[in-house]
Each structure stands twice: as C-alpha cells, then as structure tokens.
Ligand binder design. Structure first.
Ligand code: UDP
Length: 340
C-alpha cells in the first residue's frame, strides 16, 4: 500500500515514515520544507536503508498535488502538513486559516479526483480545551478554541466529517494527539524547533545542553498535586505506530465512507515538575530551572483516556516517559556534536 505522507519531513511525519517503512508500506513524502530541512530525508534513508520518494511542494498547490497523485498510485494519505505554533497563530491568524484549511481542502479534492479512499488526519487534544472530566474521552465536548491554530484543527475535523456525511467515498480516522516527545532511537531524526522552543521538552534539552540559561516552569500554583500543569507525554515512535495501525484499520474496513476520532496518548498525566525530575534522573545531567508566572492560555491539566485506540486499532503506548526523555536527550547531544 502506497501512502502519501504530507509534512513527512516534519517531527511526527518523519518518525511515521520510519514506522510505515518498517511495516511494509511504501511512502511518498511531500513537504514544502517551510519548517523542516531536506537533510531529514537523507537521515530517513539512513534509518530505513533505502532511497525514499520525496517531492518538495505545497499542499495548497492543486497542480503540484495533482501531479503527485498522477505519478503514484496512492492508496492512503496521512495529512501532517500544517502550521503548528499556537503563539504565531494568534499573531497571524490568516496565515494559519489560509494554510491549514486550504491545504486540507485541496488534498480532499485531489483524493476525490484520484479515488483515493483512506485518510488519517493529524489533530490534537487542543480541541478539548480544559476538559470538565479527566481523563478525556473522544466523546468529551469540543470547547471553544483558545487560538486560531486550535480552531484550524476543529474546523479541519468538521470539514472531513461534513464531506463524509455528504457521502464522499472516503474512510477517515482523525487522530487527536496528546504531547509528542522523544526521538528515534538512532538519534538521526528528532524535533527541530526553529528559534526559541515553545514546547517543554526541546526547552529542557536545550537548557541541559547549555543553549538556554534556565528553564522557566510556567506556574506552580495550579490545582494539581505539585501545582504544575499536567499533560500526557507520548513517545513520538508510539505515535508513529498509531498511524500504521490506523491505516491497517481503514484498509480492512470494507465500507464506502467512514469517519471516527481517536485519542492517541498514554493515558497517564505527568506534571511539569515530574518531567523535569525524570529528565534529571534519567540523563544524570544538571538542569537549571526556576518557577515563573503562568503562561497565558495554558490548560491546567489534560490526559487521555486511550481505551478507544486499544479497542479499535489494537494500539497502545509502549515507551515510558524516561525512554522518551532519554531519546530526546540523545537527539539533542547529536545536534550539538554536528555543530562542533
Ligand atoms: N512549559 C514550561 N516551560 C516551558 C515550556 C512549557 O513550564 O518553557 C509547560 C507548559 O506551561 C505546559 C507544559 O509545559 O504546562 C507543556 O507545554 P508544551 O508547550 O510543551 O505543550 P502544550 O502546552 O501545548 O500542551
């Protein structure tokens, strides 16, 4: 089965290409390299030990996508390509709506034209906002989005479900990711934040590497056991494996149209302080940190009920937080080695 992976040079996309290749899928990577480097493709080729198909281009470009669909018999699509910086989306909402919505619509049109049936869409637990009940299930109410980025994820989910309700012959699974962290065990691919990282783990690893002076822990006065925010951190290779399972699930379903949403998390909430302590213990590296003000817009706590993923896809997270932190740290060290 040949899979088009849009955004396949990005953090989650690149790790998913590895998982797909290792599970017998062929891949066609599309990426405009707006937030990734083409060296990722070479690193991927080193990991999977073969030449990979890569087309540099933009999913908003219908002519480009149409050419990709003409060149390859695509049987399934995983759509990762999107802008993902929450803060930037607040400053440049149009950029986010234009890119994230338009690229999905262009892709759906191309899938319809080429009769491609299977779609896995990258969504996020951000659609739940601060849930009233924890752990959060797929039936938990969708809350008003707190950023244009979050809104694009909600609207994209609606676009797909509306198309399927209108009998577009597509089988789609929307995966709502919790917090992906870690890196491939080879340390050849990982997260490559541009500039100052917004996310916790790249900030932690960059601080441990001496690139940042200290980590600010945003708030220790939340209504949680240690006062810091709680998230569900999932190893990116576990997340990658969920995409393999999702495609296998769709492939096996002999219906014309299908739509469902699935949480992809570990089911376990960890506080920022727990993550920091686990990082220090696992890596034995000193980490300077300080308690800072709460970050505007942060959700106090969220973690997944991941039962549906197990029931429907036969998937569950296998890697521990410690493994993920160790892999993230090895990746950071690898980056530092390359610089010197
Ligand atoms: N966080 C922090 N310091 C940082 C970055 C993040 O304390 O430099 C906290 C943040 O407040 C949140 C958690 O780490 O509670 C995860 O943040 P991240 O941005 O990685 O993910 P998200 O908030 O999108 O779930």
């Amino acid at each position: 089965m040949k899979i088009l992976v849009t955004g396949g040079a990005g953090f989650i996309g690149s790790h998913t290409v590895v998982a797909l290749q290792q599970n017998g899928f062929e891949t066609v990577i599309v990426d405009n390299l707006s937030n990734a480097q083409d060296t990722v493709i070479q690193a991927l080729e080193k990991i999977v030990k073969k030449k990979l198909t890569f087309h540099q281009g933009d999913c908003n470009d219908a002519a480009f996508l149409s050419e990709v669909f003409k060149q390859h018999t695509i049987e399934g699509v995983i759509h990762f390509a999107a802008y993902k910086a929450v803060g930037e989306s607040v400053k440049s909402p149009l950029k986010y709506y234009q890119n994230n919505l338009n690229s999905l619509m262009t892709l759906l049109q191309q899938m319809e034209a080429s009769q491609t049936r299977n779609l896995v869409f990258s969504s996020s637990c951000t659609v739940y906002g601060q849930p009233d009940q924890l752990p959060v299930t797929e039936d938990s109410p969708i809350k008003l989005a707190t950023s244009p980025y979050g809104n694009t994820k909600q609207v994209c989910e609606e676009i797909i479900s509306d198309c399927i309700a209108a009998h577009m012959p597509i089988k789609a699974l929307v995966l709502r990711y919790f917090n992906p962290i870690g890196a491939h065990a080879s340390a050849l691919i990982g997260e490559l934040p541009i500039g100052v990282p917004n996310n916790l783990i790249p900030y932690v690893t960059q601080t441990a590497a001496g690139i940042r002076k200290e980590l600010s822990i945003f708030g220790d006065d939340y209504e949680t056991p240690d006062g810091t925010c709680i998230r569900d951190y999932i190893h990116v290779m576990d997340l990658a494996q969920a995409h393999v399972k999702a495609l296998q699930f769709l492939q096996a379903r002999s219906v014309a149209s299908f739509y469902d949403t699935v949480n992809i998390g570990t089911g376990e909430g960890k506080s920022v302080m727990e993550v920091v302590k686990a990082f220090i213990k696992t890596t034995q590296v000193a980490l300077h940190y300080t308690i800072a003000e709460r970050r505007a817009g942060d959700i106090e706590q969220i973690y997944a009920n991941a039962d549906k993923a197990k029931r429907l896809l036969g998937w569950e997270a296998k890697h521990s937080l410690e493994e993920a932190l160790g892999d993230a740290w090895r990746w950071q060290q690898q980056l530092e080695k390359k610089k010197s």
